[in-house]
Design a protein around this ligand. Structure first.
Ligand code: DON
Length: 627
């Protein structure tokens, strides 16, 4: 907490007390604690010992923040809430097709311990009912039961982000009384729905149900599913995103058994309940919820747990079908290259050219998530703009997500525009960024020159400007500016030119060479005769500092002029982007020359001032356009 914000808090108040979510669940807990009704499960005798008054609520966000109230540290056995994770593990280990042959994804509308099996497909209906969960346990890989138990415990410990243990008393109680499950297992063995010794599968199943967790653990496990399978606290990648989607789909349709329909209708979150009185619910991309309160309703779901999830869903509108995706704002901004130019400083002649031709370059800034709906909007806009643009730059800087549908559509567009009248250019498509897969796919098409990808919009704009200048210019691409052709000396008499030539030092710098160093005393100013240079400043970072490119300069443009104005220390580094030729003018010599020929200095300063005001005018125009 920085100095400024601590000054803002009232006496005795701290940042921790500013927690509206925490306040809400504390109020919710107090309110729901008043609820009565329900019965503690005792068909597993050990479970019957639970204190019905114990009640905890916990939330965990996808960036690892957690909120908890009530008995949120109280340990209880996870029971059926273990089933979605074992299913996810099986999918990840064997793949969808293999697992689908062993367990279906159809809700039964029956109770969790239903002995009804899908005899048509010869498999249990889904992995959320006991039959399906036992079939999934039978799939757990490993050379021995001990091996399989260890793998299972590692899975749940990774999900909770801490080492979990098994409640031996509950496990033995299940083992001693799990006759119905035993019957289900042997029925499945009988029809070949499971292979091998059902007692081992049952043993593993009873142990997974007997893992001790708390509400906080369930919230973190749920947040791991909400976070595409990555534990938000530890960063461990537990389940691959595409299998997370499968797990959430089955939780949504089957997780609450014969209450699933009503739950989906009223609460609208993929969830899973456990007979110990716990409920885990997931809000994809946002949050995980864990609730514990032993008294169960007729369907075997925690009475208070359901109420808590209903109220959180209603209060914060977390129902999965509350449409929160707005495909229309995928385009943050659109502008053209006559209004906004690159940071490349250009001669007056080039600026005039771009004033006239710049509109041939169009820039579309995108933002948010790229999925089918938003990408379809974007592509329609690109197609529309392409009709009146030579170059279309798409800036992905503010895109935080791009799914496979977006990638496929964008690649299709790139293919359809290749070789056409309008060139498509992309910027800010980092390989390690949210659109990394697209960047890598485009790189695979590098040879086909599908499209050009630039590190940022500035570089893309500069490239388009160079193309437009090249197309419009009458002289060769890589001019060497003669002294007389330079804007800064425009207006000097022939005599004055001759005098200036006597103090000009032609300087050659190789690619990457430092021409000016930030902080050095400014004694020379330069005019670029050939090539381009970059102006870079050092900006502090968490780990030190990095170079930030603030401008680039092309032939005919001056730099280091501060030497002329205040002679102070250099404010930036200037580096040669390629082999460059400059004219260096020592300020001291120029000042000596000005003693006898003051018009030289007046003309140079006037031209520089005009140059600066032109840059300022254009900067204001760009700000106005980008507002
Ligand atoms: O197999 C059983 O019956 C228990 N171990 C798990 C059942 C359960 O959690 C049902 N959930 N509401």
């Amino acid at each position: 907490m920085d100095q400024a914000s601590s000054a803002m808090l009232k006496p005795g108040e701290s940042a921790a007390t500013l927690a509206p979510v925490q306040d809400f669940i504390a109020e919710l807990h107090a309110r729901v604690s008043q609820m009565s009704g329900g019965k503690v499960a005792d068909y597993i005798p050990e479970l019957g010992k639970a204190d019905p008054a114990t009640f905890g609520i916990a939330l965990a966000t996808v960036d690892g923040e957690d909120y908890a109230t009530g008995e949120s540290h109280h340990g209880f056995t996870i029971q059926s809430v273990s089933k979605p994770f074992m299913y996810g593990y099986a999918l990840q280990h064997y793949g969808r097709q293999y697992v689908l042959r062993h367990v279906g994804v159809e809700p039964t509308g029956e109770a969790f311990n239903s002995i009804v099996l899908d005899e048509v497909a010869n498999r249990p209906f889904n992995p959320m009912v006991n039959a399906g969960a036992i079939a999934v346990a039978a799939l757990m890989p490993g050379s021995s039961l001990e091996d399989r138990i260890a793998t299972m415990l590692n899975l749940f410990s990774d999900l909770a982000g801490r080492r979990l243990e098994i409640d031996e008393a509950v496990y033995r109680s299940e083992l001693a009384t799990g006759h119905r499950n035993r019957a289900i297992a042997y029925m499945m063995l009988n029809t070949g729905m499971i292979d091998g010794d059902p007692t081992e599968a049952l043993d593993l199943y009873f142990r997974q149900c007997s893992i001790i967790v708390t509400c906080r653990d369930l919230a973190v496990m749920a947040a791991t599913l909400a976070n595409d399978g990555v534990n938000p606290v530890t960063g461990v990648n537990v389940i691959e995103p595409h299998y997370v989607r499968d797990v959430l789909s089955v939780m949504n349709s089957c997780g609450m058994y014969n209450y699933a329909g009503q739950w989906s209708y009223e609460v609208g979150m993929p969830a899973k309940s456990g007979v110990s009185g716990c409920i885990m619910a997931v809000i994809p991309g946002q949050l995980g919820i864990g609730v514990y309160s032993p008294p169960l309703d007729a369907q075997g779901n925690s009475v208070r747990g359901i109420k808590v999830c209903q109220d959180i869903s209603n209060e914060f509108e977390l129902h999965a079908f509350n449409n929160r995706t707005n495909v229309r704002n995928v385009i943050r901004r659109f502008y053209r290259g006559d209004r906004v130019r690159s940071s490349r400083l250009r001669t007056a002649e080039e600026r005039d050219l771009l004033e006239a031709q710049g509109a041939k370059t169009a820039v579309i800034e995108t933002q948010g998530a790229l999925f089918f709906g938003s990408t379809e909007q974007l592509l329609r806009r690109i197609a529309e703009i392409a009709a009146s643009a030579r170059y279309v730059i798409v800036d992905f800087k503010r895109v935080h997500l791009g799914d496979a549908a977006a990638r496929k559509l964008i690649l299709r567009l790139a293919h359809s525009m290749r070789g056409g009248p309008t060139q498509l250019l992309f910027a800010e498509l980092a390989n390690d960024g949210p659109l990394g897969p697209l960047s890598r796919e485009l790189a695979e098409h590098e040879t086909e020159r599908l499209l050009r990808v630039f590190r940022d919009v500035d570089a893309a704009l500069e490239w388009c400007e160079d193309q437009l200048v090249l197309d419009a210019r009458k002289y060769p691409p890589d001019p060497k500016f003669a002294l007389a052709a330079l804007d800064v000396f425009k207006g000097l008499s022939a005599e004055e030119y001759r005098l200036v030539e006597t103090i000009v030092r032609p300087l050659i710098f190789d690619k990457g060479e430092l021409i000016i160093r930030e902080g050095d005393q400014a004694k020379l100013f330069f005019v670029l005769a050939r090539g381009t240079v970059s102006v870079q400043i050092r900006v502090p970072t968490q780990t030190g500092e990095k170079q930030r490119r603030v401008a680039s300069l092309g032939p005919g443009v001056t730099f280091g002029e501060m030497a002329l104005f205040d002679g102070g220390a250099r404010s930036a580094d200037v580096i040669a982007d390629e082999r460059v030729i400059c004219y260096g003018l020592a300020v001291e010599q120029l000042q000596q020359l000005a003693v006898t020929h003051p018009n030289i200095m007046v003309t140079i300063l006037t031209n520089l001032t005009r140059e600066f005001s032109e840059r300022l005018r254009h900067a204001n125009e760009a700000i106005r356009t980008l507002e």
